[in-house]
Design a protein around this ligand. Structure first.
Ligand code: MEV
Length: 381
């Protein structure tokens, strides 16, 4: 097996999909039924347009579900969710229904920008380099923006260039340049990486030194969405249950091990939404964990409190999703997800994503402080 796996590695990428499948069949000793499972998944990949990966031999199919009647900022959406985990769709459906009875979720972007980094090493005088960047920033921005006329026409573009030194062994060594842009409907990863490369090309000769890195940063704190909703206490299981939901959220502030699990429950919803809409789930999760730890202590991303007759929830999360670019429109199923959702606005997609995170959080906390979720988890194993 080892020998044949070694033999197949070289030039594997040059084979046709059918040849790759045949190679895997032989190497892994697949029987006819197993081979046909892979072959059929390749057919699905072909039909859905999920067939672009290097060395592809099949496609993993995830269940796609919808939550109808998910109201955000006064508009009712059918929200698509793709996930392997049971309970998430039920959690979101419960919260969507309970919220919709009293106006649904409100969500707003605190700011809607995305950043990239250029890291320069071996500048002869890092602090002087920072000053040079500051005085050249406006001109560099204009040069970069001229390369993106469509983005400029849509109202987007590079907005800010900032620089600082980063110490190594107590001495300023690196120059870290942060570029921040409005990427409009796109999440912006490809755009920011391109703009970081363009910025590096201009700054390199100006500063001397060596450009080490030029890429988007998954620190998305320039694109934070706040979503909130009020829930009727009786609808949510009564006062005792709601008090325990509040306590569970408070406890997450005290215990890192709980905070990360609390946030995982939020990301269950956000990543399922990102997956259904062809967004990069790893970017959503990286940005969320970064933002949760930005104060220096990892914190829960949501907060719950009791006010008069209501249980009120609020979430602050980076909106690391978009409605164009990346793989958002690459597959038929993703395109269908947008059609079902009924919006092509990147900002709206980010707001819905945050609201879905809050909904998933409420649904699961309610289960955890009452019956627990062990049973549904055990059913999966
Ligand atoms: C499981 O996928 C997510 C939960 O652990 C979230 C939470 O504990 O809040 C149930």
């Amino acid at each position: 097996m080892e020998e044949s796996a070694g033999r197949t590695a070289s030039g594997f990428y040059k084979l046709t999909a059918a040849e790759r499948l045949e190679t895997v069949r032989q190497s892994a000793n697949l029987d006819p039924e197993e081979t046909s499972v892979l072959r059929e998944s390749l057919d699905i990949a072909e039909r859905t347009g999920t067939n672009w990966l290097e060395n592809q031999v099949g496609a993993v199919v995830l269940p796609l579900a919808v939550v109808p009647g998910f109201t955000v900022n006064g508009k009712s959406y059918i929200v698509p969710l793709a996930t392997e985990e049971t309970g998430i769709v039920a959690a979101c459906s419960f919260a969507a229904k309970a919220a919709a009875r009293y106006g649904g979720f409100t969500a707003r972007m605190e700011s809607d920008l995305v950043s990239g980094q250029v890291i320069i090493d071996q500048c002869p005088h890092p602090e002087e380099a920072v000053r040079k960047i500051e005085s050249a920033a406006f001109d560099v921005m204009q040069q970069v923006n001229r390369k993106h006329p469509h983005l400029a026409a849509a109202g987007g573009g590079l907005r800010e260039i900032e620089a600082r030194t980063v110490k190594f062994r107590d001495k300023p060594r690196f120059v870290a340049v942060t570029i921040t842009a409005d990427s409009r409907d796109a999440m912006g990863a490809a755009l920011m990486t391109t703009m970081a490369e363009e910025t590096a090309e201009i700054l390199g000769p100006l500063l001397g030194g060596q450009v080490l890195l030029r890429v988007i940063t998954n620190d998305m704190s320039a694109r934070v969405c706040e979503a909130r909703a009020c829930f009727d206490i009786t609808d949510t299981g009564g006062l005792d249950v709601c008090k325990r939901i509040v306590q569970a959220a408070e406890y997450a502030r005290l215990d890192l091990s709980r905070a990360v699990t609390h946030n995982k429950g939020i990301l269950n919803g956000m990543s399922a939404f990102a997956m259904a809409t062809g967004n990069d789930t790893r970017a959503v999760e990286a940005a969320a964990h970064f933002f949760a730890s930005v104060s220096g202590t990892y914190q829960p991303l949501s907060d719950w409190k009791l006010t008069d007759d209501w249980l009120e929830g609020v979430i602050w999360v980076p909106g690391a999703v978009g409605s164009v670019g990346g793989a958002t429109q690459a597959t038929r199923l993703n395109r269908l997800s947008y059609k079902i959702l009924g919006t092509s606005s990147g900002t709206t997609v980010r707001e819905i994503c945050a609201a879905v995170g809050l909904a998933a959080n409420l649904g699961v906390l309610r289960a955890l402080v009452t019956t627990g979720i062990g049973k549904s988890h055990r059913n999966k194993s």
